[in-house]
Design a protein around this ligand. Structure first.
Ligand code: TRP
Length: 460
């Protein structure tokens, strides 16, 4: 174990840190959500807006979060307290810890579905087309099955986090991330070599600007936050285990690049196959869990490829879930002086319990809705449309004006590296990013209210 003066663990290598941060970023957001919002958002046009959001909004925030973490060597709450003592800025860290808690609670439910589907694929339910029904229909199985899988998923997450930063997080990502890349590569090759695959490629890459809507711009910016694990101190916490020798602008660029690569490749694994068998790419949230099993049922050796796909999805989900739990555990260890093992178990179990209603939202609690959304979508909406943008916005204002963009840039640029941030970064941090996030947050909330209450506002 590598400890610094404060007896805090540190990543043992630069690659270890990049893989851990990329593991956090690459998750359900890339493989489950990105393809379906691209599918409903018009394909290629959506991709263009998304890439702009990633590089001009996501990247500067990632550099900022990692820098605050490395500078203070603390959890999000402790970090803001250290940089701005006796001020209410620590509340931004508290919002982050709360968001980590809420996101993990439903993220783990979806991660549990993914684990369940690995076994459904092996058991042949894709071929008979019953995977979805087996998991979600029928009073008893639909109530308990997903909860048990949610529990299994949380148990894996707790197991890794309780083992520590180096022996838990770093060790697991060094094993799992290479497997993830190999699986994705195999699936992309399989999908692209199916007869009829080219229609899917055309849909994905041919921009049709008439499909560009406010909704897809909002989705693209919100997705850039979620997919890069920003706005709640996850990258801040991972940065807090980084040594002063590492250059942050370089590392963050690798993380952003890997995350984007995986999202784009996930589209190549999914769309050609969906088109080859004549399914609808715009199926929405059910694309992964309803459309894809049907696609695998048609495909030669579909059970095998279905197994590989859900293994990929589960690995991606676990390496992200650990970063969410780590934020809350780091807080409990630093500030509440709990041991890592007890903090992991206690917090993990509370998260499991908090997640149960979002699982039951598909069975016994399906009557409960908020603004027309089921419980899981409600948790997801509050975190993605309110908590994460607010956290990102306040982090930018803090770094840009309170700590100062010059201090932030200077701290980020410490260490050897080929790429440094400068004046353009300061302008992004102080002006462009906060304005962009503010607009997107307000419009996002208005859009949802407008659709639900049928206000008939212009623009939407
Ligand atoms: N980025 C992950 C994904 O795409 C999810 C995630 C992990 C996350 N940690 C986060 C999202 C922190 C927001 C904040 O699936």
């Amino acid at each position: 174990m590598d400890l610094n003066e404060q007896n805090r663990e540190q990543w043992v290598s630069r690659v270890g840190f990049i893989l851990a941060a990329a593991g956090s970023a690459i998750g359900l957001g890339n493989i489950w959500r990105f393809p379906y919002i691209t599918g409903t958002g018009g394909g290629a046009v959506f991709l263009i807006v998304y890439l702009l959001a990633i590089f001009f909004i996501g990247y500067p925030i990632m550099v900022t979060e990692m820098t605050i973490g490395r500078k203070t060597q603390r959890n999000p709450i402790g970090a803001f307290k250290a940089l701005a003592p006796n001020s209410p800025w620590w509340l931004v860290g508290a919002l982050g810890v709360l968001s980590g808690f809420v996101i993990l609670s439903y993220y783990s439910v979806v991660g549990g579905w993914s684990l369940a589907y690995i076994f459904k694929a092996i058991g042949g339910s894709f071929v008979t087309g019953t995977a979805f029904d087996e998991l979600f229909i029928g009073q008893i199985s639909a109530t308990w099955g997903p909860i048990i899988w949610h529990f299994v998923f949380m148990a894996i997450t707790i197991g890794i986090i309780s083992a520590g930063v180096v022996k838990g997080i770093q060790k697991s990502v060094q094993i799992l991330m290479p497997i993830l890349f190999i699986l994705l590569f195999v699936l992309v090759v399989r999908s692209l070599t199916l007869p009829g695959a080219s229609k899917g490629v055309a849909f994905y890459l041919r921009p049709d600007f008439s499909l560009l809507t406010w909704r897809s711009v909002l989705n693209a910016v919100a997705q850039s936050f979620f997919t890069l694990s920003l706005g709640m101190g996850a990258m801040l916490t991972y940065g807090s285990y980084l040594s002063q020798k590492e250059n942050i602008p370089d590392s963050a660029l690798s993380v952003v690049g890997l995350d984007t690569l995986v999202a784009v490749l996930a589209g190549f694994a999914i769309f050609p196959a969906v088109f080859a068998f004549g399914f609808d790419p715009g199926a929405g949230a059910g694309l992964t869990f309803i459309t894809l099993p049907a696609v695998f049922a048609e495909m030669p050796l579909g059970a095998f490829f279905g197994f590989l796909f859900f293994l990929l999805l589960s690995i991606a989900a676990v390496t992200s879930a650990i970063s969410l739990l780590e934020v809350v555990v780091a807080y409990a260890v630093d500030e509440l002086k709990m041991t890592r093992v007890s903090a992991s178990i206690i917090i993990g179990l509370i998260v499991f319990v908090v997640g149960i209603p979002s699982s039951l939202g598909y069975s016994v609690l399906s009557d409960i809705t908020f603004l027309g959304m089921d419980l899981l979508d409600t948790y997801d909406w509050i975190s993605n449309c309110v908590f994460l943008p607010l956290g990102g916005l306040l982090t930018c204002i803090f770094a840009g004006y309170v700590w100062g963009s010059r201090n932030t840039a200077e701290e980020a640029n410490k260490g050897e590296g080929s790429f440094k941030v400068g004046d353009f970064y300061s302008i992004l941090l102080k002006v462009i990013v906060p304005i962009a996030i503010f607009i997107v947050m307000i419009f996002g909330i208005l859009e949802t209210l407008n659709a639900h209450f049928e206000w008939g506002l212009p623009f939407f």
